[in-house]
Design a protein around this ligand. Structure first.
Ligand code: GLN
Length: 447
């Protein structure tokens, strides 16, 4: 009830939610209370959670912040959400995002932009901007986001909260509306590393319904947070400090490195030569996969259907023209282009080769070091509207986050200071595959 009251009071100004499930939440909270009294409390018993609106919730509208799915209510739930419910969590509502998770500001939502709770004239980041803003404004203690190229970590950094992009395959993608299937992962956002670990422990695990889900043991990360971190080797690639990095973020990262040394870790200077080519490779690969994944929205099976058609082709044409926003169309066009005969080798194949280089760069570093310390975004949160007319500027902001998805690695984003305007600066710790426990532990000691 307290969280619903906070939503009622503040979301008019923030716009974090697209749907608030108030009645159902109170009923679920009562049920959780009964379970607790009967000694059947799960790990998240009674804890309210906000869920990004590209994660399917049976019976609750799931829009991907698109006109295309504005009236779509899925008949089934994503595995990650089912696991939350099984652990006793209570759904507060569905959070705003960039349409189909394409964007970095949550301004690409068909419904309304979300504002940064730290400074409402600024963007909260994206695409999981609603989830990050909900957590930052205490409209939810826990939230789920999705991260294809930074969409959990960057909004966490802009709003001053903690977010985890899990290892590819650690959290089931079943029921997550696909953007780029080889990069997408669902992950947690919260105010503390411990809460993020708690939520991650509840959603990870093998799922036979996702062919890329990893069958392995998932040992709890939360109980390992207090273990010692002295002797940890943390790599710091020098390519991160190129001309694009703003002074406050640079200072934040260097101060964090210093702090880790004081905590007993060793900072190792290294190189990540593929950093610059990872960004264009990401936009080629993610758009190629998006163009294929979004072909299903044809106005026939489900979703928006335009009125006034005279043929089947016209249903497709009108429904897709009217149902998708500008950024989604841009990605579909770009993806179709790089996959087309004659251009495939020059773009898509090249991007896949770059992908291998990125994988190899990280493998080399993580062979001798335990994790990588990195900025999350080149700057702190910028003004609403500032980059909206310039997609290329927007894309350039993803330079530090996309290599992690390309290599399928886990990374936790957490605050490491503030700039002179009081805006949060974020850093990320990138770990080995399935090394969530280790990066969360380092983050926990740092925070
Ligand atoms: N900003 C990136 C993009 O627009 C990442 C989005 C994401 O992680 N979903 O593609």
């Amino acid at each position: 009830a307290a969280y619903l009251e906070q939503i009622e009071k503040t979301d008019r100004h923030i716009g974090a939610y697209l749907t608030v499930t108030a009645k159902e939440a109170l009923a679920a909270a009562d049920a959780a209370d009964t379970a607790r009294r009967q000694g059947r409390a799960g790990s998240l018993c009674g804890l309210p959670v906000a869920v990004k609106d590209n994660i399917c919730t049976a019976g609750v509208r799931t829009t991907c912040a698109s006109k295309m799915l504005a009236d779509f209510t899925p008949p089934y739930s994503a595995t990650a959400f089912k696991k939350l419910q099984a652990a006793g969590a209570v759904l507060l509502g569905k959070t705003n995002m960039d349409e189909f998770a394409m964007g970095s500001t949550t301004e690409n939502s068909h419904f309304h932009p979300t504002k940064n709770p730290v400074d409402p004239t600024r963007v909260p980041g994206g695409s999981s901007g609603g989830s990050a803003a909900a957590v930052a404004s205490r409209q939810a203690p826990l939230a789920l986001g999705s991260d294809t190229g930074g969409s959990i970590r960057q909004p966490a950094a802009y709003c001053g909260v903690v977010g985890l992009k899990p290892t590819y395959g650690a959290v089931s993608r079943y029921g997550l509306v696909a953007f780029a299937s080889s990069l997408d992962q669902i992950g947690p956002l919260a105010n503390t590393v411990e809460d993020v670990a708690l939520l991650y422990d509840a959603i990870c695990g093998h799922d036979p319904r996702d062919a890329t889900s990893a069958p392995r043991d998932y040992t709890p990360t939360r109980t390992a947070l207090w273990q010692d971190i002295s002797g940890l080797k943390i790599a710091l690639p020098r390519e991160y400090f190129g001309p694009g990095l703003s002074a406050p973020v640079k200072q934040g990262i260097l101060a964090a490195a210093h702090r880790f040394e004081q905590l007993g870790a060793e900072i190792v200077e290294t190189t990540l030569p593929s950093l610059d080519s990872a960004l264009p490779a990401y936009y080629v690969i993610s758009s190629a996969e998006a163009s294929s994944n979004l072909a299903r929205f044809d106005g026939v099976k489900y979703g928006f259907r335009a009125a006034g058609f005279t043929s089947r082709d016209e249903i497709y044409l009108k429904s897709r023209s009217q149902g998708f926003g500008a950024e989604v169309k841009r990605r579909i066009l770009l993806g179709s282009f790089v996959l087309s005969a004659g251009y495939f080798d020059a773009y898509y194949k090249k991007a896949q080769q770059v992908r291998t280089l990125v994988v190899q760069d990280f493998a080399r570093i993580l062979d001798t070091c335990d994790m990588v310390l990195s900025p999350v975004a080149p700057t702190t949160a910028y003004k609403l509207g500032e980059k909206q007319g310039d997609p290329m500027q927007m894309y350039l902001g993803d330079v530090y986050t996309v290599p992690v998805n390309i290599a399928g690695l886990p990374a936790v984003s957490l605050p490491c200071g503030r700039d002179e305007q009081g805006l949060p600066v974020g850093m990320q710790l990138i770990g080995r595959h399935f090394g969530e426990a280790q990066i969360l532990r380092a983050a926990h000691h740092f925070a």
